[in-house]
Write a protein that binds this ligand. Structure first.
Ligand SMILES: [Zn+2]
Length: 321
């Protein structure tokens, strides 16, 4: 076993360390918190990120607890955990975007070092964090204005070994709703799509939302990572296997065509039938601007919960079997 290094930090086998790494990106200093855990025995390197979106809290807490609790003397392999991967957005309590340039970090991967801050930050994270993994898990949740049903997702790339491993990770995680997407080309955009395209089996996991966090959601995310570690023989087994994954057929997003007020008539987790009225967008005087109907029968997987809605904002996603 070798020393595990990350920028200026390094840890010997059977040890761990944590601290901030300071990186200057387009003239802005990012203080990135990291846990570096070097196992006592050989095994895969698992990279875990949380907080790519600054207002998603259960994932941040779950990553912090993983970093605190993993015992390096029992670990086979290595872990690089970044509990707040977009610290500027976290500090700003920003929804969807990084305030510096108004871009959604999870639409920029694999990034561009010559781009504006968020694109350059994506490039740094991709090169220095995500690419270090043999396995990669990116934890999210509903944003501050979203409620959601916990789900896991991965992209099919056509690389059979990568796709098979990603499916193993998804099925091990212990969350029921499993969304399998096909890489359709173009900009990868998301962390896990870019990683998978680069040959790293990668998983997106989501729990919690609406700007709050609770123990159940933290546990779903934290236990899921532990179950993946068990699956790949990196760590001692978790007693509770969690939920059995059920592959969804896909999902359809509904979007607002107006700026105004959003009145959903369904709740997150509800089952709806095709054509069912699911909500309306009105102007500030109460006049209906748009009626939304379910394009498919299925489950409301996420739902925007703010009264305020902007033109082209998502309203909800309906997952079908
Ligand atoms: Zn997110």
């Amino acid at each position: 076993m070798d020393t595990f290094t990350f920028t200026s930090h390094s840890v010997r086998p059977g040890q761990k360390d944590h601290g901030f790494v300071e990186i200057e990106i387009r003239g802005i200093i990012v203080k990135l918190p990291v846990y570096l855990i070097n196992g006592a025995e050989e095994g895969p390197t698992l990279v875990v990120t949380a907080g790519i979106h600054g207002g998603e809290y259960p994932c941040v807490e779950a990553a912090t607890r993983l970093g605190q609790s993993i015992d390096p003397t029992k670990l086979k392999g290595r872990m690089l955990i970044v509990p707040s991967a977009n610290p500027i957005a976290f500090k700003a309590r920003s929804i969807y975007v990084t305030p510096v340039d108004g871009l959604n970090l999870n639409r920029q991967f694999p990034g561009d070092p010559e781009g504006t801050f968020t694109r350059a930050w994506a490039a740094w994270l991709f090169r220095n964090v995500i690419s270090r993994g043999d396995l990669y898990i990116d934890m999210h949740g509903g944003d501050m204005i979203e409620a959601l049903v916990p789900f896991v997702s991965f992209n099919l790339t056509g690389n059979e070994a990568v796709d098979r491993t990603a499916r193993r990770m998804a099925e091990a995680y212990g969350i029921r709703a499993m969304l399998v997407k096909r890489d359709t080309g173009g900009l990868a955009g998301t962390t896990y799509a870019a990683a998978a395209r680069d040959g790293i089996p990668a998983l997106l996991t989501e729990a919690g939302g609406q700007g709050v966090w609770n123990e159940d959601e933290v546990d779903i995310l934290q236990s899921g990572v532990r179950r993946v570690m068990t699956e790949f023989e990196m760590y001692e087994p978790v007693d509770d296997p969690g939920e059995t994954a059920v592959e969804l057929g896909g999902w359809e997003w509904l979007r607002s065509a107006h700026e105004g007020l959003f009145y959903p008539s369904v709740s997150v987790g509800d089952h709806v039938t095709e054509g069912q009225f699911v909500g309306r967008v009105a102007d500030i005087f109460g006049e209906t601007l748009q009626e939304a109907h379910a394009p498919v029968s299925g489950e409301v997987l996420f739902l925007v919960t703010s009264l305020a809605i902007n033109d082209d904002d998502p309203l909800m996603a309906i997952a079908y079997s």
